[in-house]
Design a protein around this ligand. Structure first.
Ligand SMILES: NC(=O)c1ccc[n+]([C@@H]2O[C@H](COP(=O)([O-])OP(=O)(O)OC[C@H]3O[C@@H](n4cnc5c(N)ncnc54)[C@H](OP(=O)(O)O)[C@@H]3O)[C@@H](O)[C@H]2O)c1
Length: 278
């Protein structure tokens, strides 16, 4: 089991990627709608973390939530995943880059700690490298210093995780991956996580699985539950132990995503969806 204090993790994470100037307003709206978990990254190319912080501040000021009500997750991103707007000195060593990126995230988010700090992606698609080991050790130090409660890795394969474990690295609390139905909803990685008590966070559950959203099986279940196909996919994700992310910009979809938390699929439906595409 990962060595960490138990932390309440919400059943849904609201993702803040690709929202640019709307980030502040959509983060506040997500909190007003009832989301209590926020996912972001100190990667200006795809996220506007300072805008997330402003959305949080607006919700605090309006008395919608307090910091203690929230699960805040952000990420460290290597330079090759960034544009020119870097949150660290690219000439510094990786451990220093992690410390600088974290300090910048805390400033953006107006907090002294996040709840989860995620390595956005390993340095190489081929396996867990020495750079990853250096970054992960620096992330562990951030955790030990109290600047994050938990640690995670993202965009990883079974091989990355296996090599990470073999290197003696501390087990992450979270794995966050794009979840393709045609790969058995990331079956190998989910299985690896399940054996070790790691929470699997799935993103692109809708956008990576457009064919599933149109499948007759999903439509039939949606009719039975009086739900939308998207709600059925999120209910399935939860039923197989996943923590789903949604990045909707639509207030009605925010409402539907949270309302769907009460939906329960039959075990036979869960099994059928799991093998629907791969
Ligand atoms: N670790 C990584 O590398 C990584 C990569 C990608 C994403 N993420 C995280 O995951 C979050 C979610 O990203 P995503 O790729 O899953 O895509 P997304 O940004 O959530 O996009 C979902 C798409 O589905 C549509 N949609 C239709 N019905 C919906 C419903 N009921 N609920 C939600 N969406 C609905 C949305 O449109 P409407 O806006 O009109 O609803 C939107 O176009 C990101 O914001 C980010 O935080 C992480």
């Amino acid at each position: 089991m990962p060595a960490h204090e138990p932390v309440a993790v919400p059943a849904f994470l609201y993702g803040t990627a690709w929202k640019e100037d709307r980030t502040e307003a959509l983060t506040e709206l997500a909190l007003r709608s009832g989301f209590r978990g926020i996912d972001t990254a100190n990667q200006r190319r795809h996220y506007f973390e300072a805008g997330v912080g402003r959305g949080l501040a607006a919700a605090y000021r309006a008395g919608v939530v307090t910091r203690a009500d929230l699960f805040l997750q952000t990420k460290f991103t290597y330079q090759n995943g960034q544009d020119h707007r870097l949150p660290y000195d690219p000439a510094a060593d990786l451990a220093t880059q992690v410390a600088q990126s974290m300090a910048s995230s805390l400033e953006h988010l107006g907090t002294d700690h996040v709840d989860s700090y995620v390595l956005h992606g390993p340095a190489s698609g081929a396996g867990w490298t020495e750079e990853d080991a250096e970054v992960w050790a620096a992330m562990v130090r951030e955790r030990d210093a109290g600047r994050t409660r938990l640690l995670g890795v993202s965009n990883v394969s079974w091989r990355h995780l296996e090599q990470m474990a073999l290197s003696g690295a501390e087990t992450p609390a979270f794995v966050q991956n794009r979840c393709f139905a045609r790969r058995g909803w990331d079956r190998d990685v989910r299985g690896w996580c399940q054996e070790r008590g790691i929470v699997y966070q799935g993103f692109s559950l809708l956008t990576a699985n457009v064919e599933v959203l149109r499948a007759e099986l999903i439509a039939d279940i949606a009719v039975r539950l009086r739900a939308t196909p998207a709600q059925v996919v999120f209910a399935f994700a939860r039923a197989i132990g996943m923590l789903p992310l949604t990045g909707t910009s639509d207030p009605e979809h925010m409402r539907q995503d949270l309302a769907g938390l009460t939906l329960t699929l039959a075990p036979s439906e869960v099994q059928a969806i799991e093998v629907l595409a791969g």
